[in-house]
Ligand binder design. Sequence first.
Ligand SMILES: [Zn+2]
Length: 236
Amino acid sequence: MYVNIRGYIRERNIRRLMVEVGYRCWHRGWVAANDGNISCRLNDRVVLCTPTGVSKGMLSPAHICAVDPEGNRLSRGKWRPTSEIKMHLKILRERPDVRCVLHAHPPYATAHAVAGIPLDRCVLPEIVIGLGSIPLVPYGTPSTDELPDRLSPYVREHDAWLLANHGALTAGEDIYGAYHRMESVELYARILFIARGLGDVKQLGKKEVNTLLSLRGAFGIKERGNPPGIGLNPSR
Ligand SMILES: [Zn+2]
């Protein structure tokens, strides 16, 4: 897929990072068997992705597949691109700022997706600043056009999504950007679960939320995750 030595080294590094992050997802119990998938934009013409039918804990760089931005397979050999590639390409096409997309089934985030509970309340400062709200995308059959279609209204305004009755999805400017967002979503969902068990979840007030949002510029975080009517909702 590469055209020169720098391209070769870059692709080799990306493949290595995809293997590393796949292993981390498996090791943390965010995927079972062959669950989960990772994609990364190599350039305008090539997207690298994990294969279908391989555990994310057992990936090697040679497993990584390549498709074009329309999803046509570019790589040859035994391994076929993830069946969820349409969902990844939807985000990569509509978000030039995103290079990598990660999908997994981390248990606390997925439990919220199964229970139909979006992570859209203002509770933890780091989440308000970094992610804003994490919407619940209505259910769509995996691997079909339903899932990217249902995702469509949320793609531009968020960097993390819950997929109803399915799992979680994050986007990043690089592989670890997407991974760290998944880590934040899962820890946040876990904290909310524990707090509910303790009796209550105290939400931040509108004034505190606005103060936090005003800090985003200082942290270099783009204004995302709080569109009118969907995102942050301090009154809930
Ligand atoms: Zn899945």
